[in-house]
Design a protein around this ligand. Structure first.
Ligand code: 4NP
Length: 180
């Protein structure tokens, strides 16, 4: 059952509170923020636009190893071949503020999810209204519960598989929000 998010609208001077299950902001997270999550960021942005959903989309990594770097050139090449231009994206590390500023944070694999949960756990108790956390494949009828495998030490097929899984799982989230 998708979670509800609150949205505020001002109509003729009145503030209206509406419940929607479409988050207004989504952060995609992997380890380095140079392969999987920047690809997912652009796929998600394009799919949301096609579906007519207004969602702020960003990505980050749990590690600090690639802060300031452009996406891996192999990811850039494979993404471009599928119509996703990611060369201008810049890697950054996820922060506590991301849990305050995003509605939903999606982890590419279960290790990323555990690392994100540890950050969230450190904030719970002192703060509420923190981002909901889930595995990126959670809603996917084909790949549900699977990791998006880390392609960094892999070959071209691994980078292609990343795109296939990301397109499938992103579409599943979008469909789940359109349905409610
Ligand atoms: P990503 O891939 O988490 O999909 O960005 C990786 C990028 C770099 C490293 C590992 C995974 N690394 O070990 O540097």
């Amino acid at each position: 059952m998708p979670v509800s998010y609150s949205m505020f609208f001002v109509i003729q001077g009145h503030i209206m509170l509406m419940k929607t299950c479409t988050p207004s902001s989504v952060l995609l997270v992997c380890l380095g923020n140079i392969c999987r999550s920047p690809t997912a960021e652009e796929v998600f942005r394009q799919q949301a636009a096609i579906a007519g959903l207004s969602i702020k989309v960003d990505s980050a990594g749990t590690s600090d190893s690639h802060i300031g770097h452009a996406p891996d050139t192999r990811s850039q090449r494979h993404a471009k071949a599928h119509g996703y231009k990611i060369n201008k994206l810049v890697a950054r590390q996820v922060s506590a503020d991301d849990f305050r500023n995003f509605d939903l944070i999606l982890a590419m694999d279960t290790q990323n999810l555990a690392d994100l949960q540890a950050i969230k756990d450190s904030l719970i108790g002192t703060e509420d209204n923190l981002a909901k956390l889930a595995l990126f494949s959670e809603e996917d009828p084909t790949y549900g519960g699977d990791d998006v495998p880390d392609p960094y030490k892999g070959d071209g097929d691994d980078f292609e598989e990343v795109i296939e899984r990301i397109e499938s799982s992103a579409q599943a989230w979008i469909e789940s929000w359109k349905a409610c």
